[in-house]
Design a protein around this ligand. Structure first.
Ligand SMILES: Cc1cc2nc3c(=O)[nH]c(=O)nc-3n(C[C@H](O)[C@H](O)[C@H](O)COP(=O)(O)O)c2cc1C
Length: 263
């Protein structure tokens, strides 16, 4: 099979998974289509056939972000090659890549390469930076080269059915998810101009038009899309995790690549 096209599927509230996935898909060197599941559900099912697929999602609590898993539910491959990619905020990705790889197999894809990259932590703040500015140019260059290698491998490859099973880091049973806490970002009424950007970028429609704008604590997934994309910096999310992460997980971590080491 000659794979001449790619499909890029992602969930990425603060755009780091999107940036990494896009660099990989660009590296493949073929035309590609995008399915952005950040703010929308699939209408029906999506069958990806005869294309190389790149799936990129963030890590929440050492697992794939739950909303990403929900949005991916209707996506299927037909023995199509896939590159699962997780992006995490410099603490750890624990079982997320394994979980995403398993999802790929269960959904009819053949994972032949995978990666864990680092993105600026959702809870990074200017005075307590955690992986601020990542993925940076070095990360993106690595992602493009990784994509290039994958594209080279697939060029002219007859079939992937005999391809050895992809091994990634992670454990069974997957890490148990912690209980949901009901804190949400808040709006500083004096700065808010009611421009509506936060409402548009919220992946789960948790933000309501009231004065000041408020988040529904049950719906909110604390992704901080509203905090990072507010043009007035009127949205804040103060969590003790910021201090903890800044103190313990500021040392630079490097991306991990799986499956193409012998190329
Ligand atoms: C609720 C939540 C949980 C998170 N858990 C982790 C984690 O377990 N490990 C980690 O390193 N980063 C964690 N992060 C940080 C994100 O993985 C990181 O910021 C990622 O780059 C966000 O992806 P996005 O920009 O595509 O939304 C978490 C972020 C949120 C919002």
């Amino acid at each position: 099979m000659n794979y001449e096209e790619a499909h890029f599927i992602y969930f990425s509230p603060t755009h780091t998974a999107r940036a990494v996935g896009k660099a990989i898909v660009q590296g493949l060197g073929v035309g590609f289509e995008e399915t952005d599941l950040t703010c929308q559900q699939l209408q029906g099912e999506l069958l990806v056939d005869s294309k190389i697929t790149v799936v990129a999602v963030p890590v929440y609590g050492g697992r794939v972000a739950e909303t990403a898993m929900e949005r991916l539910r209707g996506v299927y491959g037909r023995k199509s090659p896939v590159i699962p990619v997780v992006v995490y905020g410099n603490r750890d990705y624990e079982d997320a890549l394994l979980e995403l790889k398993d999802w790929c197999v269960d959904h009819g894809f053949i994972p032949f390469a995978g990666a864990a990259f680092i993105g600026e932590h959702s809870y990074s703040r200017a005075d307590r930076p955690i992986a601020a500015g990542r993925p940076d140019e070095a990360d993106l260059q690595l992602a493009r080269t990784f994509g290039q290698k994958a594209g080279y491998l697939l060029k002219g490859l007859g079939t992937l059915e005999q391809w050895p099973s992809l091994e990634v880091r992670g454990h069974y049973p997957y890490k148990v998810k912690g209980p949901k806490t009901l804190q949400t970002p808040e709006t500083m009424a004096t700065l808010c101009t009611a421009c509506g950007k936060c409402v548009k970028v919220c992946p789960v429609q948790a933000i309501r038009w009231e004065k000041p704008v408020v988040s529904d604590a049950v719906l909110c997934i604390k992704c901080c899309a509203c905090v990072k994309q507010c043009p007035q910096q009127a949205r804040i999310f103060e969590t003790p995790y910021t201090d903890l992460l800044f103190k313990n997980f500021s040392a630079r971590r490097e991306p991990e690549l799986f499956g193409l080491s012998d190329l």
